[in-house]
Design a protein. Structure first.
Length: 192
C-alpha cells in the first residue's frame, strides 16, 4: 500500500531543510493562514492555533494528504517578539534579548481532509550572551533577522549570540522534529 502524501504547509526554508534532513518526502504548499494574534491569546495557544490553521487550510485543498503546519513564537518576559517589521524593530528585539533568557515555542499540527489529527507545542529556553551595538549592527547588515521570529536565526549568524539552549535546536529553528516524527509514525508514515 502506498503511504499517504505528505505536505508541509509552509514556505519556510528552515522547516523544509529540517524535514529533508529527517529523510521525509513531501510537497510544499504555503498556507496563507492569518497569523494575527488574537486579543489576550497567550504564546502557547497562539502558536498552536496558527499551526492548526495552517495545516487545516491546506488540508481542505488536499484532502487525501497528511498536512503539517507549524508556527514559532518567541516570548521574552511576557512579550511576544514577532518577525521584525524593519531594522529599528529588529534592533529593539536584539537589545531586549541581549544577556537574557527567552522561550521559543514551536507548535506543530497534522491534519487530513479538513480535520485536525494531532497538534502539540514544544518549548526551548535560549540564553543570549550580551550583544554590543556593533555586533547588532553587523547582524542587521546581513539581512538575516527580517524573516525570523525574535529577529534571529539559530542556524545562521545569529548562532553566535547564543550562550545556552535548554531544549532542541530544531525547536528554535521552527520545527520540533523528534515530536513531529513520533506523531507522523502514529499517523502511519514510515519514518526512521
Amino acid at each position: 500500500m502506498r503511504p499517504p502524501q505528505l505536505i508541509l504547509a509552509s514556505a519556510s526554508p528552515r522547516r523544509q531543510s529540517l524535514l529533508e534532513a529527517a529523510g521525509l518526502h513531501f510537497t510544499i504548499v504555503a498556507s496563507g493562514a492569518d497569523e494575527t494574534r488574537l486579543a489576550d491569546e497567550d504564546p502557547v495557544r497562539y502558536a498552536v492555533r496558527v499551526a492548526r490553521d495552517k495545516a487545516l487550510s491546506v488540508s481542505y485543498q488536499w484532502p487525501e494528504a497528511l498536512v503539517i503546519g507549524s508556527d514559532t513564537i518567541v516570548e521574552l518576559r511576557g512579550a511576544i517578539l514577532q518577525k521584525p517589521v524593519d531594522a529599528t524593530d529588529a534592533r529593539r528585539m536584539l537589545h531586549a534579548l541581549s544577556g537574557a533568557t527567552h522561550t521559543v515555542i514551536t507548535a506543530f499540527a497534522i491534519a487530513r481532509a479538513g480535520a485536525l489529527i494531532e497538534s502539540a507545542p514544544v518549548t526551548a529556553r535560549v540564553t543570549f550572551r550580551d550583544l554590543t551595538d556593533a555586533v547588532i549592527d553587523a547582524y542587521l547588515a546581513t539581512g538575516e533577522p527580517f524573516d525570523k521570529a525574535g529577529g534571529y536565526g539559530i542556524q545562521g549568524a545569529g548562532a553566535e549570540f547564543i550562550a545556552a539552549v535548554d531544549g532542541a535546536r530544531d525547536t528554535v529553528m521552527g520545527l520540533p522534529v523528534k515530536e513531529l516524527l513520533a506523531a507522523l509514525r502514529r499517523c502511519g508514515i514510515d519514518v526512521a
